[in-house]
Design a protein around this ligand. Structure first.
Ligand code: F6R
Length: 261
């Protein structure tokens, strides 16, 4: 696992956007797995700015969702499909047909999960999966004690996650759905490159457990320790709990340029 410590959220967004742009220059129809929430927004803005400036052609990029609320009506502004359309698909000028995601409003949720797994496989798998991290260590919506081999399925959010996300629902936790569809940890681990982004002091403990703690279902993000190409990009605040921070800094500073992320 590589840990890259950058000064702030803006620098993190720029670094990850450049990594995505570099991938698209090599593979124009790459499948980019995207996360929602606040953390990845600087990445999406930086990538859209690069596309607008002609620094990368994103027109053939494909996008796929990590997770989705269950029970929100289709088109709800806080459904993750709506968020990704607003923050990624439209700013990059992509046709909606290039965007895959699970149907959280399906009558048969189990079938919707299986369908989404099939679509990801048929698409050739995810080239780069961007992940945020919950304060409880979740990735996607794989809450603590999720199976490390799990596939896309229905999960129940913890109260902590619903409280964290209440800000998107007018501060009212009761409006935050209890259930979600999420790619499983086993599904996520199949992406060719995992990039976990964390900013702010509130993520410091979860980041330290993910990077330096034991591999444990109690900290779902620790599953990244099993991935051959996992990059953790953190700002100084999110890195503040890392015992090996100085080593991670020097390793990145002295890294051969050709290796990139
Ligand atoms: C959402 C997702 C979640 C978030 C996490 C952090 O698609 O996958 O794991 O990344 O809850 O959310 P923020 O970035 O809002 O702190």
């Amino acid at each position: 696992m590589e840990v890259v410590i950058v000064p702030d959220a803006g620098a993190a967004g720029e670094l990850v956007a450049e990594t995505m742009a570099d991938l698209l220059r090599r593979k124009p129809d790459a499948l980019l797995g995207v996360a929602t929430g606040s953390t990845p927004l600087p990445v999406y803005r930086a990538l859209a700015a690069k596309a607008a400036a002609g620094a990368v052609d994103t027109s053939r990029a494909r996008i796929c969702q990590l997770d989705e609320y269950v029970g929100l009506p289709a088109g709800h502004p806080e459904s993750y499909r709506s968020v990704i359309l607003r923050e990624v698909v439209e700013p990059l000028g992509l046709d909606e047909a290039r965007f895959l995601g699970p149907d959280g409003s399906a009558e048969d949720i189990r079938a919707a999960c299986e369908k989404y797994e099939g679509e990801l496989a048929a698409a050739g798998g995810v080239d780069l999966q961007l992940l945020g991290i919950g304060t409880d260590g979740h990735i996607g919506f794989n809450e603590p004690c999720s199976s490390l081999a799990s596939r896309t399925r229905l999960k129940t959010l913890t109260r902590q996650t619903r409280a964290d996300n209440a800000r998107f629902f007018g501060g009212d936790i009761d409006q935050v759905p209890h259930h979600v569809i999420t790619q499983g940890i086993g599904t996520i681990l199949e992406a060719r490159h995992l990039v976990l982004l964390a900013t702010g002091e509130g993520k410091a403990e979860a980041v330290a457990q993910t990077v330096e703690g034991p591999l444990s279902a109690l900290v779902p993000a620790s599953a990244l320790q099993m991935h051959p190409h996992a990059t953790v990009v953190v700002d100084e605040a999110a890195a503040s709990g890392l015992k090996l921070a100085d080593y991670f800094r020097s390793a990145y500073e002295t890294k051969p340029h050709w290796q990139k992320l």
